[in-house]
Design a protein around this ligand. Structure first.
Ligand code: GDP
Ligand code: MG
Length: 192
């Protein structure tokens, strides 16, 4: 079982992006192959692990999910509120990014605004994380094709300009979810 398994590496990966884009469901799909329609807003910082093999090594992926502080992040960035709230926010934020080797920057492809916020999330990420962090831009909810508000080309262009991996996913239909996480983890393995 899991207890006897020798772990060669632990890779921390953080999920970031606006509220309701599907971060928690992407993690539920990847870690437990589950999905919930009435997913509650995440409270507190949480992480889940999944152990997998890469190149004959045993890698424990430790995936961190944000705690609803995403609303505060946007607010703090918009209002430049670096007072009391900013102080608290920065402490939580640095703990969240500390030691992260990978990041998934998630938007909802049916919500243009969640994509437009990607540059701010990227700025925050680059301000806190290691400079070699592996970043993937993820357009989630690709099952809702008829409601698409972000053309694939727009996201591809952004990803190319910012030097990010890019993938469109559906946590609901389990499209590309494993591939997205596996791509990040494999790339981390390749560069460490
Ligand atoms: P978070 O705030 O980013 O963690 O978002 P959640 O994972 O809580 O998801 C927010 C809502 O979007 C929930 O109602 C989910 O069921 C729904 N959702 C998440 N992923 C998908 C997806 O791939 N397709 C569809 N159609 N809905 C999704
Ligand atoms: Mg959540």
């Amino acid at each position: 079982g899991d207890y006897n398994q020798k772990i060669d590496y632990v890779f921390k990966v953080v999920l970031i992006g606006d509220s309701a884009v599907g971060k928690t469901q992407l993690l539920a799909r990847f870690a437990r192959n589950e999905f919930s329609v009435d997913s509650k807003a995440t409270i507190g910082v949480e992480f889940q692990t999944k152990t997998l093999g890469i190149d004959n090594k045993t890698v424990k992926a430790q995936i961190w999910d944000t705690a609803g502080q995403e609303r505060c992040a946007i607010m703090a960035l918009q209002l430049n509120l670096w007072g009391g709230l900013g102080h608290w926010y920065r402490a939580v934020t640095s703990a969240y990014y500390r030691g992260a080797l990978g990041a998934m920057l998630v938007y909802d492809m049916t919500k243009r605004l969640s994509f437009d916020h990607m540059s701010r999330w990227l700025e925050e990420l680059r301000g806190h994380a290691d400079k070699n962090i592996v970043i993937m831009l993820v357009g989630n909810k690709c099952d809702l094709g008829s409601l698409r508000a972000v053309p694939t080309e727009d996201a591809q262009e952004f990803a190319q300009r910012e030097n990010l991996f890019f993938m469109e996913t559906s946590a609901l239909e389990a499209t590309n979810v494993e591939t997205a996480f596996f791509t990040i983890l494999t790339e981390i393995y390749r560069i460490i």
